[in-house]
Design a protein. Structure first.
Ligand code: NAD
Length: 498
């Protein structure tokens, strides 16, 4: 029996796609095709944008507190269905259920942030900037916004975007990853149940055809993208050329610097979670460990011991610590990276290719390389899989220089007991999100999330205050109200003071 093709979600309705194109969605734990993602055509993207344009005047005119109340109800619905959503995430992505639930929770926190929108949209007021003249600023929605999201966080990354965008009074077209389309469609249904007017959020699963249609559509005012660096750069350049505002978050190669004074056990545990959690398919995963000075050998030994003990299996199974990777093709790519690392002379401490799990699932065991140098491809390229590479540095200064030479700048962490070392690291490191004894320093929703250098094209980060800035345009009003009666007019013309 062939797998069912999912619908599009346009103007509050499920609609079958007429594009005639679709892609396989796998359960990575079994390797089976469980459903198909429609590949929306340019015309279908146009229909979604038209629905968003039609909904815009009414939604924009809805008072922010009422928009916030829809999000409050949505928050309760997502909370109540957290398990169902986590199962959907795990089923299409492969990550473990606790991990999937955690990612839904992080998305929920952005919804909670967005419910504060009446406060967040408040402008500033200055009285008497000139005689009889006041000045105030407001923030207004930008119009129809679009979000293009990656496979690795099917709930969280879309929820970085649309709650803030619609809270600000915009309408939205979401193009989720074709590998994990179901969660976005489910979230759209829940928003409708929460009272969101039809057309305010539309979902068009698709591939590059849908992306190009969004980037070219004159009705789209702003584009948020999260994905790999080459596509982020393309989205940034194309959207900007077409006059849209754009924030495009790209790939990563996150380093953890471990100083000799670090608590070895704490650091090793944190690195195992950050390197192999979610099978290393997180943009904030640690993939390069920089061992400073004398700690290197002991650290590698602890990492190997702990990585070897990780329980790998289906993400839905209790007790499993690491699930499969997302597709067979992605597993092949990672295997290729491991082979290249061996060929380039890195020391393979633990080989994930050796793991054998019966069945057709896309499993790969934890891999650990030591004695890696910056020239090697396993260091230079983003692997986005369950692998850690360890480099050695003689001093903190050398470690900082190494991290700063890397073209990516998403997240980084330092493990140390020294406040002075942590402070120096924090000041000198050229990375957008920094952890001190925290391996995955994802900012909470009330701050903004984003990297530097090749990890972000554009300037505003997502959610938090910068998310509000991205989804609104500032306007400054300078006003004078001429007096209506002679006496007060005279008081303006002939002031008694000054
Ligand atoms: P990807 O770049 O392959 O896909 C991202 C989106 O772009 C998807 O919706 C996809 O359909 C679309 N796309 C893919 N190829 C395209 C093309 N040629 N033209 C136009 N659109 C295209 O990324 P992915 O594999 O889904 O996700 C993993 C990547 O995302 C990693 O590089 C990871 O680091 C990055 N990521 C970054 C962050 C961050 O915050 N910086 C967060 C999550 C993921």
């Amino acid at each position: 029996m062939s797998a069912p093709v999912l619908p599009l979600w346009i103007a509050g309705q499920r609609r079958p796609s007429a594009s005639g194109r679709s892609g396989e969605v796998h359960d990575p734990a079994t390797g089976q095709v469980i459903r198909r993602a429609p590949f929306a055509s340019a015309e279908e993207v146009g229909m979604a944008v038209a629905a968003a344009q039609a909904a815009l005047p009414g939604w924009r005119a809805t008072p922010p507190i009422r928009r916030a109340r829809v999000l409050m109800r949505f928050r309760e619905l997502v909370e109540a269905r957290r398990g169902e959503l986590a199962r959907l995430v795990s089923e299409e992505h492969g990550k473990t259920l606790p991990d999937a639930e955690g990612s839904v929770q992080r998305g929920l926190e952005v919804v909670e942030f967005a419910t504060g929108i009446p406060h967040l949209l408040k402008g500033e007021w200055a009285e008497s900037v000139g005689r009889g003249i006041d000045c105030h600023s407001v923030r207004q929605p930008v119009g129809v916004c679009a979000g293009i999201t990656p496979f690795n966080f099917p709930a969280m990354v879309p929820m970085w975007m649309f709650p803030v965008a619609i809270a600000c009074g915009n309408t939205f077209v979401l193009k989720p990853s074709e590998k994990v389309p179901s969660t976005s469609l489910r979230l759209a249904e829940l928003l409708q149940e929460a009272g969101l007017p039809d057309g305010v959020l539309n979902v068009v699963p698709g591939d590059r055809v849908a992306v190009e249609a969004i980037l070219e559509h004159p009705g789209v005012s702003a584009v948020s993208f999260v994905g790999s660096t080459p596509i982020a750069r393309h989205v940034y350049e194309t959207a900007a050329r077409n006059g849209k505002r754009v924030q495009a978050l790209g790939g990563a190669k996150n380093h953890a610097v471990v100083l000799p004074d670090a608590d070895l056990e704490v650091a090793a545990d944190a690195l195992i979670g950050a390197g192999y959690g979610s099978a290393g398919e997180r943009c904030m995963a640690i993939s390069a460990v920089v061992a400073v000075g004398s700690i290197g050998d002991a650290l590698v030994a602890r990492l190997a011991e702990k990585a070897r003990a990780l329980r790998v299996g289906p993400g839905s199974q209790a007790g499993v610590e690491m699930g499969p990777v997302v597709t067979a093709a992605h597993r092949e790519k990672i295997r290729g990276h491991i082979a290249a690392g061996v060929a380039e002379g890195a020391k393979l401490v633990l080989d994930g290719r050796a793991l054998a799990i019966p069945g057709e699932g896309f499993f790969l065991g934890p891999t650990l390389f030591d004695q890696v140098t910056p020239e090697m491809s396993i260091y230079r390229e983003e692997i986005l899989g369950p692998g850690l590479v360890v480099l050695r540095a003689a001093t903190l200064a050398e470690a900082i220089a190494l991290v700063n030479r890397n073209p990516y700048g998403n997240g980084t962490a330092i493990f140390t007991r020294s406040g002075a070392a942590a402070q120096r690291f924090e000041q000198e490191i050229e990375v957008g999100m920094v952890g001190v004894n925290v391996a995955i320093p994802v900012p909470v929703a009330f701050f903004s999330f984003g990297g530097w250098k090749q990890s972000l094209f554009g300037d505003l980060h997502v959610h938090g205050p910068e998310g509000v800035a991205f989804y609104t345009r500032g306007k400054v009003v300078t006003s004078r109200w001429p007096a209506t009666d002679e006496e007060s007019r005279a008081s303006l013309v002939m002031p008694t003071h000054g």
